[in-house]
Design a protein around this ligand. Structure first.
Ligand SMILES: NC(=O)c1ccc[n+]([C@@H]2O[C@H](COP(=O)([O-])OP(=O)(O)OC[C@H]3O[C@@H](n4cnc5c(N)ncnc54)[C@H](O)[C@@H]3O)[C@@H](O)[C@H]2O)c1
Length: 348
């Protein structure tokens, strides 16, 4: 029997990955069950249930319009029903929903199932950070890998070539996930440094806001390159402090520098940074106006890491992260952003 795959989440990225996974399990029946269940947080779209639209028209009209999903991907609105008897769980939803999702699944899944997190974010504890893969492992008692990279969902859905990084401490699970996700246009590389893969995924969204801020102020490519470089230095420093054993080489995988560059040129968090400069609205108002149900992950992560750094009296070592949080909260004027870069500790 092939392994049953369940996708937990069905937003922009969840739907793009459903397209890949649906095709791959069909082509690789020796490894996978050809039916994929996708948990969909039910909502009404133009008077119709989203699950019904997905199951009849095979398109997620709200989160990934215009892209045909394979008909072996079945949308299920009940989480327990969707996750029953799964062997591989793909977690792909905004990080703020993970705790509730795991609480519902706990005790209701196979003990030898495995998980992979595609979620860009971290969970905050009193002492520091907790990786989402660790939250999933602790709550559900199953091994969890992570997959992150320069993978803007719309481009992946159009089958434009890109790379992604699978972080897995278990070689066999890493190889299985590569078989599940890899296509000629979606190239997967495996590393065993899962924590750094996830830290990159969380922090690059914060730097992406910084890139948007300089775009909003009409700075050019040189300034943006400085934001990317200094942002990378802060990401590496953060990983060294909060995830001892983190490898600098992981920052040169797709999850690191490539995702950072993509996020600083495209994507929602860059757009948010630009909008924060050009309007006086709050982040919540901008999210409602610009994203129609999707969420900005960058400001949440920026707030969380700000509080950790504040508690540990380390804010001055991370002036870019600090400034981005304060600008999002409207506690700092965006015009001060470039001064923070000018006086960066990397220049001292
Ligand atoms: N979009 C991308 O290009 C992309 C690429 C790589 C990784 N990611 C990451 O993937 C994760 C998911 O992002 P996305 O783009 O698929 O989502 P999204 O922002 O497009 O959509 C939000 C999702 O949250 C769901 N939701 C809303 N309220 C909920 C609730 N109370 N409980 C459970 N679910 C709820 C919605 O149904 C929807 O599926 C994020 O961590 C993101 O950073 C996104």
């Amino acid at each position: 029997m092939g392994k049953a795959v369940c996708i937990i989440g069905s937003g922009n990225w969840g739907s793009a990955i459903a397209k890949i996974v649906g095709h791959n399990v069909r082509d690789r029946r020796e490894l996978f069950d050809p039916l994929v269940r996708m948990y969909v947080y039910e909502e009404m779209v133009d008077g119709e249930k989203l699950t019904e639209v997905i199951n009849t028209r095979h398109e997620n009209v709200k989160y990934l319009p215009g892209v045909q999903l394979p008909d072996n991907v079945v949308a299920v609105p009940n989480l327990l029903e969707a996750s029953k008897d799964g062997d591989i769980y793909i977690f792909v939803l905004p990080h703020q929903f993970v705790a509730d999702i795991c609480a519902t699944m706990k005790g209701n899944i196979k003990k030898d199932s495995i998980a992979v997190s595609l979620i860009k974010g971290v969970s905050i504890t009193e002492g520091g950070i907790k990786l989402i893969s660790d939250v999933i492992t602790e709550e559900l008692g199953i091994h969890c890998s992570a997959m992150m990279g320069a993978n803007l969902a719309g481009e992946v859905a159009k089958e434009q070539f890109c790379e992604s990084t699978i972080g897995s401490t278990n070689e066999e699970n890493g190889q299985m996930l590569k078989r599940l996700f890899e296509t000629p246009y979606f190239h997967c590389m495996i590393v065993n440094d899962t924590p750094t893969v996830e830290i990159c995924g969380a922090l690059k969204n914060v730097v992406g806001i910084g890139a948007g801020i300089v775009d909003g102020m009409n700075y050019g490519d040189n300034t943006k390159a400085a934001v990317i470089r200094l942002g990378l230095m802060e990401m590496i420093k953060f990983a060294e402090l909060f995830s001892p054993g983190s490898k600098v080489s992981t920052f040169f995988e797709s999850c690191g520098i490539a995702d950072l560059v993509a996020t600083c040129h495209g994507g929602r968090n860059r757009m948010l940074g630009e909008s924060v400069v050009k309007s006086s609205k709050t982040v919540k108002e901008l999210e409602k106006e610009l994203l129609h149900g999707q969420s900005f992950q960058g400001p949440l992560v920026a707030r969380e890491i700000y509080h950790i750094l504040e508690t540990k009296h380390m804010l001055e070592q991370f002036p870019m992260f600090m400034a981005i949080h304060k600008i999002c909260e409207r506690e700092m004027d965006p015009s001060q952003f470039v001064s923070c870069l000018r006086n960066h500790p990397e220049h001292m």
